[in-house]
Design a protein around this ligand. Structure first.
Ligand code: HEC
Ligand code: HEC
Length: 139
């Protein structure tokens, strides 16, 4: 047998482990009682979550216990398709299938007002756009 036929699967497994795309990553949804890592980074670079990200307070600290939802219509409208609560690190993640092509909407709520994203959400890589000064904030 060619060495490459043995090596290739081994390398593939190593690559998946290095990226967290293996069975050691939980499928979600977020466990609000736990902490997690890499707050603020684009989780989907390494994980196969359908959506994930981090919620912040206006003072720049992370926001545990905020609720992130995906809705079928804008501004709190239609059906609620996903409802996850941020964990002790302010992170949220889930592997629930989400049909981004349907033009879905998202909102976030802490203890204050509900903040809705005005445009439809193109993907669940929330922190890929919400980085630097453009973090997801909750009141
Ligand atoms: C650079 C790659 C990388 C990024 C970015 C990343 N992760 Fe991970 N993650 C991993 C790896 C690898 C593991 C498995 C090993 C471990 O537990 O550290 C893991 C494990 C986890 C786990 C299970 C273990 C635990 O700590 O509870 C969760 C939950 C998790 N990641 C959530 C997230 C979230 C949420 C984000 C974004 C805010 C994120 N990860 C960003 C690579 C990454
Ligand atoms: C392609 C880039 C992009 C992605 C991906 C994205 N957003 Fe946004 N988001 C924006 C932009 C730009 C705005 C500001 C304009 C608007 O509201 O449409 C915004 C606004 C928001 C707001 C309102 C901000 C406020 O403070 O009132 C929330 C909440 C939000 N996004 C949450 C999310 C969540 C949760 C996800 C992942 C499910 C996500 N966004 C994914 C670009 C993105």
């Amino acid at each position: 047998m060619h060495l490459s036929r043995i090596l290739f699967p081994v390398l593939l497994v190593l690559a998946l482990v290095a990226c967290g795309g293996d069975g050691s990553t939980p499928a979600g949804p977020t466990d609000p009682a736990r902490a997690s890592h890499n707050a603020g980074r684009d989780c989907l670079q390494c994980h196969n979550f359908t959506l994930a990200g981090t919620v912040y307070r206006d003072d720049g600290s992370t926001y545990p216990g905020a609720v992130v939802r995906i809705t079928s219509q804008a501004e709190d409208g239609g059906e609620v398709l996903v409802n996850v609560t941020t964990d002790a690190s302010g992170n949220f993640y889930t592997s629930t299938p989400v049909g981004w092509d349907d033009g879905l909407y998202t909102d976030v709520q802490g203890t204050g007002v509900l903040r809705s994203m005005g445009t439809s959400v193109p993907s669940g890589a929330c922190n890929s756009c919400h980085a630097g000064a453009d973090r997801i904030h909750a009141d």
